[in-house]
Design a protein. Sequence first.
Length: 255
Amino acid sequence: MTANPDPADSMFPLPDGKAAPVRHVGLIMDGNGRWAQARGLSRSDGHRHGLDSLRRMIRHAVRIGLEYVTIYSFSSENWNRPETEVSFLMSLLRRFVQRDLSEIHQANVRIRVIGDREGLEPGIRQLLVDAEQLTRTNSGMTLVVAFNYGARDEITRAVRSIARDVETGVIEPDAVTPELIGDRLDTSGMPDPDLIIRTSGEMRLSNFLMWQAAYSEFYFCECHWPDFDEVAFDKALADYSSRERRFGGLSAKAL
């Protein structure tokens, strides 16, 4: 990896010559199992190749100057998968931190973990803390790792926090605003994702950043995550740049 380049490198040209800044991209990395099945391989092989693709995409995101990339690495619902698969996914997390953390740190990337850490195995929880602590002062791209994450759980935890403050009189009910709720979410202080990419042909959020995605653009592609490469990433970003984001208002052409 190289150090984060000039932010201008993250600008993709629009048809009229203007540029749309892509600050934050969310990645729903779907299709590892189907990729493996199509090749007569095990699901573990699919996850292993998916990790290789993730490494390439992190390097590419740094090269093109994205400010934030949020990866849906392990959802709160993934615990329902077979125990052997969950165990392998935990081993991949350990391998990723042990093998890649040094490179990520040298690339000036900051790691931020979102999701519920209560109940996690102590060794896994410490891995997440170590990754955040090592990279906390880095000033380049922020890699947001959604681990044991579910948007409904995140919103529920935020609402409980606010409810406790209302109950004790710390804040008045009328002071509860969308901004306050956003400040209590795991992503507090971060910009909402401009673009969310999901691979493998599925067209849903699957409990990923539901509050933050209110005005995100979505890009769905048929290829499975292990086949998602730099060309596919750039294609998604170029497609984003061709769109007009109105945030509930009228398009410039309608005015």
